[in-house]
Design a protein around this ligand. Structure first.
Ligand code: KG4
Ligand code: ZN
Length: 344
């Protein structure tokens, strides 16, 4: 038995519009509670102040409920991990301060976790774990990154988006089609009834071989809608065709880059993480890349693709095992520090 199986970790995530609290015993998830702030759909996007207030309302009930469900008291928690950034500053402050407060009152170690690192290593929540070194494609609402991961503390950035993140493109196209927020799930739903070959949307070619770009694709969808539906509501059948054709172009753009990286790096595993990793077409395409290259693909279960406390707790544990802890002055940060992936 590994010594870490004895460690109970409390993980807190409040970077955007999900309040999530998890308890892990070692790397095993005992509970992962997620409260999604659905009301942002009435505003067409996340309203930061409303997000902070909702986190404030939910954080204590969720911690209480997580402990109750695991039959643990606060005294049984050995380590506290909370997201410090990137994200909405007011939202981050809620979870980070709450976590630091618990750590201070219990005199237990605290880890301020980088949300993106939480996603990067979320594949380790699966039974089948990635094998180092591996390539990871991080596709969320705020980030699109292709990374080479050598160990829990050595991450190298190969490429990233030069404009919109993949999830952001799904959300914006969803809005253009009159669908609700967040858009990824809605696009996927409509795409099921559409023909993905009905419209040919462009896939960006970039000088930097591992970079991504989604703004041209997004603009092409906008132009297509403006050209064909100036004064009329887009018929349902066309909504489905546009959704399917956009989804195919976005997924192809992502898969092409990962496929290219697999040819150039000797890896045993690839991993797909982040909110957009919930997309079934993308999951299947990544599985088939791995199959063709005879390597393993690790994609977290749906509940660990979007924002969740379990990945924050797990990342906290990984850092703790490496001898890294944070002090109680740890500050929230809205963006990834510019040199983040290289300094590791
Ligand atoms: O990782 P995440 O929950 O939050 C951030 O850290 O950004 O990712 C949220 C993003 C949103 O843009 C949402 O539209 C997208 O993930 N998403 C999807 C799907 N489910 C969520 N995109 C495509 N297909 C889906 N099924
Ligand atoms: Zn996220």
């Amino acid at each position: 038995m590994s010594p870490t199986t004895e460690i109970n970790v409390l993980g807190i995530e409040t970077s955007c519009d999900e309040t999530s609290v998890a308890v892990l015993s070692g790397d095993k998830v005992k509970v992962n509670l997620i409260s999604s702030q659905d009301f942002h759909k009435y505003y067409g996007g996340v309203v930061p102040e409303l997000s902070s207030r909702a986190h404030l309302q939910m954080i204590k009930p969720l911690v209480d409920s997580a402990l109750k469900k695991t039959n643990l008291g606060l005294k049984d928690i050995n380590l506290i991990a909370a997201t410090a950034g990137p994200g909405l500053i007011g939202a981050l402050l809620v979870g980070l301060t709450f976590g630091k407060g618990i750590s201070f009152s219990l005199s237990k170690p605290f880890i301020a976790v980088n949300h993106i690192e939480g996603h990067i290593f979320s594949g380790f929540l699966s039974d089948k774990k990635p094998q180092f070194p591996y390539l990871v494609l991080v596709v969320s609402g705020g980030h699109t990154l292709l990374l080479y991961v050598k160990s829990f503390t050595e991450i190298y950035k190969l490429g990233s988006t030069v404009d919109d993140a993949a999830g952001e493109a799904f959300d914006k196209v969803s809005k253009m089609l009159g669908l609700s927020y967040p858009g990824g799930k809605m696009i996927e739903e409509k795409a099921k009834s559409g023909d993905e070959n009905s419209i040919s949307f462009p896939i960006a070619e970039l000088k930097q071989e591992y970079d991504f770009s989604f703004s041209g694709l997004k603009t092409a969808v906008l132009r297509y809608i403006q050209k064909n539906y100036t004064d009329i509501k887009i018929p349902e059948n066309d909504v489905c065709n546009i959704a399917a054709s956009f989804q195919k172009a976005a997924v192809t753009a992502l898969v092409n880059k990962l496929n290219y990286a697999v040819q150039n790096f000797k890896v045993k595993s690839i991993s797909l993480v982040g909110g957009v990793a919930a997309n079934t077409l993308l999951r299947n395409e990544i599985l088939s890349v791995a199959d063709k290259c005879k390597i393993t693909a690790v994609i977290p279960a749906f509940e660990y693709c979007g924002d969740n406390g379990a990945m924050i707790a797990l990342r906290g544990l990984q850092l703790y095992v490496e001898g890294i802890t944070s002090d109680l002055n740890a500050k929230p940060y809205p963006a990834i520090p510019p040199d983040h992936f290289l300094t590791f």
